[in-house]
Write a new protein. Structure first.
Length: 83
């Protein structure tokens, strides 16, 4: 797994993709921080088929938005600030 700086990956995108196909995932860093991974499509497709939920699936499995919000009760509101 190679690590590419963003500017180098942009300049050599075809090479990054070819390397990912031949040698597996390629990491792209942005200002020294790992930011993205280039995967061969077949590997990405296999991982999707393995039943790993996507972020969208996780969000959809949550509550429908009807969360009970307690009333404020006798809490006092602050007086507005005048400038």
């Amino acid at each position: 797994m190679a690590i590419w700086q963003l500017q180098e990956a942009k300049a050599k995108l075809s090479e990054v993709i070819d390397t990912a196909k031949a040698h597996g995932p390629q990491i792209i860093t942005q200002r020294g921080v790992k930011s993205a991974v280039i995967l061969p499509f077949e590997q990405w497709e296999r991982e999707q088929e393995n039943g790993k939920p996507s972020l969208l699936d996780i969000l959809r499995s949550g509550p429908a938005g009807d969360l009970p919000i307690p009333s404020r009760g006798n809490w006092k509101m602050r007086a507005s600030v005048k400038f």
